[in-house]
Write a protein that binds this ligand. Structure first.
Ligand SMILES: [Zn+2]
Length: 269
């Protein structure tokens, strides 16, 4: 048995995509409607998925299905409650510069999530558009400030994180490890865990707005066919994205900037 980690973001109702998390259509792509999301949870239970206990994963036991949530949008509160009602616990990765700002969780929300048994980790401090392009000092700053902010709020060590936008690199990993991160989640769709120095690296399978519950159920299933499909798709896209990345991102960020007056998230890719 291996660990299958699923990557969710915000969950909103009535197409109010900007109610939680980062604004705009690029971010909304990764947000699920509430009814659909609850059907994901119930579907995963219906297929008998074994849910991983987040603390056990952080301790190095890689078995079962783990649900993770990026960005730290305000919907994390309701998501956490829906999971608890179903006997499940998840991992919430927080963009710490946004704590207490409109559309994002508050410090009290984070303490409540933790009290309910969820794991709270870092998703960097500011969610840079491409964290792998930062220099070493800026990278260290992103992780250290984020870990310190969470430790201040929670009163405990924070050793788990996810890479914003999935922009993983050796320098991103080394800076995370230097900030005390011992488990780092990426957006690479794989169940394969690897380790570098004192930090374990774990992949995740993305669930997006258009995904029906059957997608999550198939990803969590025993066969592995759906996981292979997402992995194959990602690996075809990866070299293209690297090559086409900067101009494409530049144009998109310019457009988003014009629309909203500030750079926005490009989470989950
Ligand atoms: Zn993100």
């Amino acid at each position: 048995m291996s660990l299958v980690s699923l990557m969710y973001h915000d969950v909103v109702s009535d197409s109010r995509w900007d109610d939680s998390g980062f604004l705009g259509s690029a971010a909304a792509h990764y947000k699920l409607d509430t009814t659909n999301f609850l059907a994901h949870l119930d579907g995963l239970r219906a297929v008998g998925a074994t849910f991983a206990e987040p603390g056990a994963v952080a301790a190095g036991r890689y078995e079962g299905c783990l649900l993770t949530y990026d960005d730290g949008g305000a919907s994390a509160v309701a998501v956490g409650e829906a999971m608890v009602e179903r006997g499940m616990r998840g991992c919430f990765f927080i963009t710490t510069a946004r704590i207490g700002t409109p559309g994002f969780v508050s410090a009290d929300d984070l303490r409540a999530l933790r009290r309910a048994g969820h794991l709270v980790g870092s998703h960097s401090h500011t969610h840079p558009a491409n964290i792998s392009r930062l220099d070493a000092a800026a990278l260290r700053d992103e992780w250290r400030r984020s870990v310190e902010a969470l430790e201040d709020v929670l009163g405990e060590r924070v050793q788990v994180a996810s890479v914003p936008g999935g922009f993983m690199s050796r320098a991103v990993l080394e800076a995370a490890e230097a900030s005390g991160i011992r488990t780092l989640f990426t957006s690479e769709p794989t169940t394969r865990a690897w380790r570098r120095g004192g930090c374990a690296v774990l992949g995740r399978y993305a669930l997006v707005q258009a995904d029906a519950p059957a997608v999550a159920m198939a990803l969590a299933g025993a066969g592995g066919g759906a996981r292979f499909k997402q992995w194959a798709k990602w690996n075809v896209k990866k070299p293209l994205k690297r090559w086409a990345g900067p101009p494409y991102r530049f144009v998109r960020e310019r457009l988003l900037h014009q629309r909203f007056g500030a750079p926005r998230d490009s989470a989950g890719m």
